[in-house]
Design a protein around this ligand. Structure first.
Ligand SMILES: C[S@@+](CC[C@H](N)C(=O)[O-])C[C@H]1O[C@@H](n2cnc3c(N)ncnc32)[C@H](O)[C@@H]1O
Length: 214
């Protein structure tokens, strides 16, 4: 990698308010394909992951709205944001009163983006940069998972891991804009929000993001 992930994130994004959660600001990009190409060049990896971290996804936007409306869901609790991307959900949880927040993502650029975004919002967040899905769920009160059901393999692993967490008495909140691999039969809907994303990522700019408990 020619530059640090932090410098790369800063070069390719702009700090701006989050649609529907204007009190939060994130380092976001406008276009996905040129940035993905830049990631491929930077990493020398033609198979590099999409720059998920440079966008606020429908599931995370819905969870963020839910936590703002229902701070009691996180107040005084230790939360774990799985597949954190930009850090949006972990930041929303801290702003809503979580006692401690950990954000997990496998992507080095996401880890850098989470740190930058946490600082921009005055939120203290621990970052875990590894695949935790083969590990036992952490010692927390609540797992938050925003938009993690977009790929069959990942979706199955996330669902199994959340079941294990529930089995250990850890609560789980899921945010999702209608992805096909969401295990809808295992979920109970708590709220629905119109969320504004971008046609760079979705078929429609306005989607319905739903929040569920497992
Ligand atoms: C669609 S993004 C959602 C980001 C954020 N939660 C939101 O809603 O804006 C999914 C994220 O999951 C991350 N991810 C994929 N596999 C993962 C794994 N095994 N463990 C942790 N994160 C993972 C990706 O790197 C990506 O940042």
């Amino acid at each position: 990698m020619a530059t640090s992930p932090r410098a790369f994130v800063l070069r390719h994004t702009r700090l701006r308010p989050v649609p529907g959660l204007e009190e939060l600001r994130l380092h976001l990009a406008d276009e996905v394909l040129p940035l993905w190409h830049a990631v491929q060049i930077e990493t020398g990896d033609a198979e590099a992951a999409l720059p998920y971290w440079a966008f606020a996804w429908g599931g995370g936007l819905a969870l963020g709205r839910y936590l703002r409306e229902h701070p009691d869901a996180v107040e005084g609790r230790r939360v774990f944001d799985l597949g954190s991307g930009s850090g949006l959900v972990a930041i929303a949880a801290v702003r809503a009163g979580a006692a401690a927040a950990t954000a997990a993502d496998i992507d080095a650029f996401a880890a850098a983006a989470i740190e930058l975004n946490a600082r921009a919002n005055g939120a203290r967040i621990s970052v875990v940069r590894r695949d935790v899905l083969d590990e036992e769920p952490p010692d927390v009160d609540l797992v938050l998972a925003g938009d993690c059901w977009y790929e069959g393999g990942l979706a199955a692993r996330v669902t199994a891991w959340l079941r294990r967490a529930r089995g250990r008495g850890i609560d789980a909140l899921v945010g999702d804009p209608g992805r096909r691999y969401l295990p809808i039969d295992e979920l109970r809907e708590l709220a629905a929000y119109e969320v504004r994303t971008t046609t760079e990522l979705e078929d429609l700019e306005l989607k319905v993001g739903r929040v569920y408990t497992l």
